[in-house]
Design a protein around this ligand. Structure first.
Ligand SMILES: [Zn+2]
Length: 229
């Protein structure tokens, strides 16, 4: 099969992994802006494809309305559709996909002729995640979530932060447990690759951003070297 938009030399394909509360969404957004790569978040594309009313979108909507999780096959098809769009031709920052080894295997096939796949795993100790999730606040002005650990004001609009009636600690722990169970095999799948990096996410966001950028540059450098041999 011919790639719909041809190859793009120097394309950078990034997967961001990290548990809820690790700051993955923020870092994905910053990386996307800094490198001019589209941020592809599964939450966003699911919403988009439901709104667009495509055959896939309608199927996804029916699945979610029935209270079911969107399965691997449907998720893979939706992401494939998104990555085939022209703005993703020279790379992307994936947030929320893959979630399973089946999805990761499919992603490997999708990017086989599209340049290196860099996997950045943001790691934060469990007790810090629990604290962050339990103390999360929302901006009174724009509604985005913030962690008061590092900031007293909204990072997006500067608005004041208000306490969110949030999940209790038991629910927070359960969410983290589900994530660990789902993601452990995924990290094992990727961790032996040279383009995999673990990043210490238990630092102020700007420090993490710098580390993410450095890890990406190192991975690209290594990939470039591999091609030259
Ligand atoms: Zn705000």
């Amino acid at each position: 099969m011919v790639a719909p938009h041809g190859n793009c030399p120097g394309a950078i394909n990034v997967v961001m992994l990290g548990p809820p509360g690790a700051g993955k969404g923020t870092q994905a957004e910053r990386l996307s802006r800094a490198r001019k790569l589209p941020k592809v978040s599964t939450g966003d594309i699911l919403r988009e494809s439901v709104q667009s009313g495509t055959k896939l979108g309608r199927a996804a909507k029916a699945t979610m309305e029935a209270g079911n999780l969107v399965g691997d096959d449907m998720m893979i098809a939706i992401v494939q559709d998104r990555l085939n769009r022209s703005d993703a031709r020279c790379g992307f920052v994936l947030d929320g996909f893959p979630r399973t080894v089946v999805q990761a295997t499919a992603l490997d096939r999708m990017v086989a002729d599209r340049g290196p796949l860099v996997v950045l795993d943001i790691v934060v100790p469990e007790e810090v995640l629990e604290f962050r999730l339990a103390t999360r606040r929302i901006c009174a002005k724009c509604g985005s979530t913030a962690t008061p650990e590092w900031t007293a004001a909204c990072g997006k609009c500067g608005g004041g932060l208000v306490t969110r009636v949030d999940d209790g600690i038991e629910i927070v722990r359960e969410r983290l447990k589900v994530y660990q169970r789902q993601t452990k095999p995924l990290v094992e799948y990727y961790s032996s690759r040279p383009n995999f990096s673990s990043i210490d996410g238990n630092r102020p966001p700007d420090v993490v951003t710098a580390a993410v950028g450095a890890a990406l540059d190192a991975a690209i450098g290594a990939a470039g070297h591999g091609v030259a041999q």
